[in-house]
Design a binder for this molecule. Structure first.
Ligand code: G3P
Length: 219
């Protein structure tokens, strides 16, 4: 399972990229707004800066509600950087836009996916990757990870090539669960990436090694 970083914060992207474990970036309008990115021009500049930091795909979301607007935005975004994935929501207008963009050869990250049926529709329309939102399903009392498992299993069974990207990941537990479920990608906030590193036995082990080394007279 590949790891993407879910942020529009340049420092977090730089820090994540330095670890050598990040293969892509996902953004959305909320994450962009959190960084003070308030218009299209700023969003484009930010996405181009991200693309200079990291080689992998960068997901950029449309904000139009109608298919025509989504397609126009998607085509524009596709020109911004070498490796764009256009995020399109799982709505009626979204499926229409996915079908058109996919025919253009543009890679679509079908976002805001909350059901197997939405994932199946997106795959038929031509989504390159589908993003089930784990944490937001957990938020309403459902097991979000069940949806990831379900989509992975049905896509495998039916030989559907659309990849599964676990999104709305909130904890390091979500990451290991997504991997066990067979997700191709998990996109994680920077703080979750750091949680994945942590283990108390690693920290105490490093301390003990250093102390033993010191006791033997080494510096
Ligand atoms: O990748 C989608 C993700 O950013 C949504 O996460 O935590 O806002 O549900 P969250």
């Amino acid at each position: 399972m590949k790891l993407f970083i879910d942020t529009a914060n340049m420092q977090e992207i730089r820090d994540g990229a330095r670890l050598g474990v990040i293969s892509g970036v996902t953004t959305n309008p909320s994450l962009a707004a959190m960084e003070g990115i308030g218009n299209r021009e700023n969003y484009r500049a930010a996405v181009q800066e991200i693309s200079d930091i990291l080689d992998g795909p960068i997901s950029v979301e449309v904000v139009s509600l109608e298919a025509e607007g989504m397609v126009a935005e998607g085509r524009e975004i596709a020109e911004w950087i070498p490796n764009p994935w256009v995020k399109i929501p799982s709505t009626v207008a979204g499926f229409e836009a996915i079908a058109t963009l996919a025919k253009d050869g543009i890679k679509v990250n079908q976002t805001l996916c909350f059901s197997l049926n939405q994932a199946l529709l997106g795959a038929q329309a031509g989504s390159f990757v589908v993003s089930p939102f784990v944490g937001r399903l957990d938020d309403i009392g459902q097991q979000g990870m069940d949806l990831v498992e379900d989509i992975v299993s049905v896509f495998r069974q039916q030989k559907i090539e659309t990849q599964v990207l676990a999104a709305s990941v909130r904890t390091s537990l979500h990451c290991s669960q997504a991997a066990r479920a067979g997700a191709h990608i998990a996109t994680v906030p920077y703080k979750v990436l750091l949680q994945m590193v942590q283990h108390p036995l690693t920290d105490s082990g490093v301390s003990r090694f250093l102390s033993d080394w010191g006791k033997a007279g080494n510096s």
